[in-house]
Write a protein that binds this ligand. Structure first.
Ligand SMILES: O=C(O)CC1=CCC(=O)O1
Length: 96
């Protein structure tokens, strides 16, 4: 199942810089693991914002929730999820 996920990151100003750096490092490592398994299919920065738009390819709503809610930066994100399905006019073979 494909989902578009937008993650808006809002790290509190008072958080210690070393804690922020560690969170970003573990977030990057987890994101790269999930990209290698194919579950996190695309990851794009939204220009001008500390936010990304991503495409996930996972087995279920629960699987998506488990992934998102265990991301290191999850406590500091606003997340919006849009379920996707194949467009009948798509010429791409990997859209579903
Ligand atoms: O920087 C972001 O948008 C948050 C994030 C998601 C994966 C990652 O490495 O950082």
């Amino acid at each position: 199942m494909l989902f578009q996920v937008e993650m808006d990151v809002q790290i509190p100003l008072g958080l210690a810089p070393e804690v922020v750096e560690q969170l970003k490092k573990t977030e990057r490592e987890r994101a790269q693991e999930l990209q290698k398994t194919g579950e996190w299919r695309h990851l794009w920065r939204i220009a001008g914002r500390y936010a990304n738009v991503s495409i996930f390819d996972v087995a279920s709503n629960e699987a998506l929730h488990d992934i998102l809610s265990t991301l290191p930066l999850f406590p500091f994100m606003r997340v919006s999820v849009t379920p996707l399905c194949r467009h009948p006019s798509s010429v791409r073979s990997d859209d579903s």
